[in-house]
Ligand binder design. Structure first.
Ligand SMILES: [Zn+2]
Length: 528
């Protein structure tokens, strides 16, 4: 049945008017204001109820605190009386009893807290747990994500959760095991914040040439991160590549890790050398120390040309942290980079070495004494712990930046002992098992290490199991019986310039166009 154009227009007009009217009605539905008021009342009730609950909880906590306080006070009085009357064993018993009483008392107090169901809070917790599981799965920790979801009380009944779990299981089934012998390892030095300053030859002389050659600027590093990510690289740790296992007879053997990634993703190790913020770099346009930021995570301290202090993204760590926050799939189970320290200027920007300690026999007259050394050591310990917590591995770079292949065995030993004492034991809790050789200079040639090699043997005895030289090829990995060895490639001004000027081709597997990364602030040619 065909309508005339006039009729069609009329019908359309009528329909649109009707729709408008309905929308209009929707907006001003007579019942709507009632619903709104009802909802607001309900919210007010909920708020009031929460407030009451909070106050009740605070009252109960206060009572519990008083009870515990009285119990402890009684304990002290009993203890003192007991001590005065002798009887050591009895004192211990009394003390123990009292401690137990105190503990039980406070626990009883806690269980008296009302366990009312708090719907919105439970829902928040559920969403939080699901978001955390999503993050774990994004970092390829599917088991962790599934386990976390399993902790929710409704895990076995909630369809949304079950769908998430099924999705993770499916992705997991399609993962590919990484061939660890083809994992590339890239490394950097301190990033240049202000190239106009650092690369100013008039100001810094040949040092500026050094910075131009072995350093990378922040803008270059950020462009590299983007390209790594787009190319499907995923950061893994050296400890993910392989780990030590003990055999039945107590022998230590290095075993390849199972790094499982989705098709198209490839593992990469990243490291940064000399994270010490050396004295000679002061004022040259670099960060000067790593501190713990307000959020409890490591960040950088930087003083600009005008002398203004800044906290933030002034070196690799906070830049990489933000990048992984934004792209959790750039990190395998939270792995970030490996940071290497020498010892002679302290670590992380703190002058912690004994050669700065005016009270030490090892004090170096040529250094400015650090009268604040104990406090600085404690800060360095806390920053190192925060870095580990944040996914960073920590490594030795020798104490005195020694060329280990050239130095005598005695010299290598003496230097390793100084690092062990001043850095590993003093600041890292004796946990370090990685060495990134200064100058990339290895204690052996490409043949597998044996314990006949006395330098290797000494380092091994100190606890080192991971050894990295510099080998600018795409990858070089050696899994020994009781160690892992990997070559690294420097992504710095010199390397980029060699590629740009067509003298070498060492970067084309990583970057489509080095020219787009190379900082225009660099003077050229870049010389070694
Ligand atoms: Zn170095």
């Amino acid at each position: 049945m065909a309508l005339s154009p006039e009729e069609r227009r009329r019908k359309l007009r009528a329909a649109s008017e009707k729709r408008r009217h309905m929308e209009h009605e929707d907006e001003h539905h007579p019942q709507d204001s009632y619903y709104n008021e009802e909802r607001q009342r309900a919210q007010r009730r909920l708020r009031a109820e929460r407030r009451r609950r909070r106050q009740r909880r605070q009252r109960i906590m206060a009572i519990v605190a008083v009870i515990v306080g009285i119990a402890l006070l009684c304990g002290i009085i009993f203890l003192v009386r007991g001590l005065l009357s002798g009887g050591k064993d009895k004192d211990a018993e009394v003390q123990q009893e009292l401690v137990q009483d105190g503990g039980a008392g406070s626990q009883d107090g806690m269980t008296e807290l009302p366990e009312e169901s708090t719907e919105p809070e439970t829902e928040d917790a559920r969403l939080e747990t699901m978001a955390e599981a999503e993050r774990l799965a994004a970092m390829y920790d599917y088991d962790g994500a599934i386990e976390l979801l399993g902790t929710l009380p409704e895990a076995s009944t909630d369809q949304e959760i079950q769908a998430l779990v099924a999705g993770y299981e499916e992705t997991k089934a399609g993962l590919v095991r990484q061939d660890i012998s083809t994992i590339t390892h890239v490394f950097f030095h301190s990033l240049i914040v202000d190239p106009e300053n650092a690369l100013d030859k008039e100001r810094w002389g040949t040092q500026a040439d050094g910075y131009n050659s072995v350093m990378t600027t922040i803008s270059e590093f950020e462009k590299m991160l983007d390209e790594f990510y787009e190319d499907g690289f995923v950061l893994v740790g050296l400890h993910d590549m392989a780990h030590i296992e003990k055999t039945a007879d107590g022998q230590e053997i290095m075993v390849e890790g199972d790094i499982m990634l989705p098709e198209g993703k490839k593992a990469m190790v990243m490291s940064q050398d000399d994270v010490c913020y050396y004295e000679y770099m002061e004022g040259a346009g670099f960060a000067d120390r790593i501190v713990i930021g307000e959020d409890g995570r490591p960040t950088c301290h930087y003083v600009d040309e005008e002398g203004n202090e800044h906290l933030g993204e002034y070196d690799l760590v906070p830049i990489l942290d933000r990048f992984v926050d934004e792209h959790p799939d750039f990190s395998y189970k939270g792995a970030k980079a490996c940071l290497a320290f020498t010892g002679y200027n302290g670590i992380l920007g703190y002058r912690t070495d004994e050669t700065y300690d005016p009270n030490s026999d090892m004090f170096d007259e040529e250094k400015e004494p650090n009268y604040n050394i104990e406090e600085d050591r404690e800060t360095a310990r806390q920053v190192a712990a925060a870095l580990k917590e944040d996914g960073y591995e920590l490594a030795s770079h020798s104490w005195g930046h020694r060329d280990m292949s050239q130095r005598s065995l005695e010299d290598v030993k003496r230097d390793a002992d100084r690092w062990e004492k001043n850095v590993n034991q003093e600041l890292l809790g004796g946990t370090c098992d990685i060495i990134l050789y200064p100058f990339g200079s290895d204690v052996g040639d490409w043949h597998p290490y044996t314990h006949e090699n006395q330098k290797f043997d000494y380092l091994w005895d100190l606890g080192f199991r991971y050894f990295c030289g510099v080998d600018s090829s795409q990858y070089w990995v050696q899994v020994g019986t009781d160690y892992l060895r990997q070559g690294r490639r420097n992504l710095d001004g010199y390397m980029m310039w060699m590629d740009l000027s067509g003298q070498r081709d060492k970067l084309s597997d990583l970057f489509d166009d080095v020219g787009a990364i190379f900082d225009p602030a660099r003077p050229t040619p870049v010389t070694q």
